[in-house]
Design a protein around this ligand. Structure first.
Ligand code: ADP
Ligand code: ADP
Length: 229
């Protein structure tokens, strides 16, 4: 379920400046591929193209053999779960934010997802210090805590495809390790695209793709890339 394929993808936001100059890769069903490269290399662009927020100039992007141009926004959003770099939350309880996208979830499912993502204690609070009805202040969540809300939402949604955009970047080391374990659990058996700055954060990916100047500069396992220097 959820095979992703980019075939000779050319893309530019602005016709004067190509961002992707013929990118081809595949994420087989249930596997994890990491896209690594310096800031501005076009990593996040790849995730936006998967959601078809923009049309490519040439090449093709398919999910399970189906061109994303032939898939509705609604099905794309249902099939793909994203843990973005900066999570923007709704001005409602954390529980509501976790349920968002799966309003049929039971209280029990929500609690479990929140516990795995370690946001259990503040599930009934409001993010960002908004005022509640009774006049008390909500919490001021840190970037890492907001990210954990996005992780809980993704655990609950359990989509066939996951995009983790520097998913643990805003976390401290201790929390990062625990959240990484939760992410490993949720990504097991799912087609996963990890977007990362550093090779060291994607050791267990089945394949790592290094983007440079709009092209794939190198690809292989973590070990193979280290061996090749
Ligand atoms: P990365 O995720 O690797 O840091 P991005 O995919 O965000 O890189 O961006 C790749 C390049 O495209 C950058 O030079 C960035 O400035 C440019 N870019 C990103 N979004 C837009 C946009 N909406 N319009 C024009 N240029 C953009
Ligand atoms: P959400 O508020 O959870 O993002 P949406 O209905 O807007 O809910 O999005 C549905 C799916 O699309 C979610 O998995 C979400 O993370 C993803 N998504 C939404 N906006 C973006 C974006 N700008 N870039 C990438 N993925 C997005």
């Amino acid at each position: 379920e959820g095979a992703i394929r980019f075939d000779e993808v050319h893309f530019a936001y602005d016709p004067e400046r190509a961002i992707l100059k013929g990118i081809s890769f595949e994420v087989p069903p249930g596997k994890t591929v990491a896209i690594v490269g310096p800031s501005g290399a076009g990593k996040s662009t790849i995730s936006r193209l998967l959601f078809r927020f923009y049309d490519i100039q040439s090449g093709s992007i398919t999910i399970d053999g189906q061109d994303v141009r032939d898939v509705t926004q609604k099905s794309l959003r249902a099939a793909i779960g994203m843990v973005p770099q900066d999570t923007v939350l709704f001005n409602d309880t954390i529980a509501y934010n976790v349920r968002y996208g799966r309003f049929d979830a039971s209280e029990d499912e929500i609690r479990k997802a929140a516990e795995l993502a370690q946001i259990g204690p503040f599930i009934e609070s409001l993010p960002d210090g908004y005022r509640t009805m009774v006049g008390e202040r909500g919490l001021k969540l840190s970037g890492g805590e907001k990210q954990r809300v996005a992780i809980a939402r993704t655990i609950l949604k359990a989509p066939p495809i996951l995009i983790l955009d520097e998913a643990t970047s805003a976390l401290d080391t201790h929390t990062e390790q625990e959240i990484q374990a939760a992410l490993d659990m949720v990504s097991r058996g799912r087609t996963t695209l990890v977007i990362a700055h550093r090779l060291s954060t994607v050791i267990s990916a089945d394949e790592i793709i290094v983007l440079k100047d709009g092209r794939i500069a190198e690809r292989g396992t973590h070990r193979a890339l280290l061996d090749s220097g």
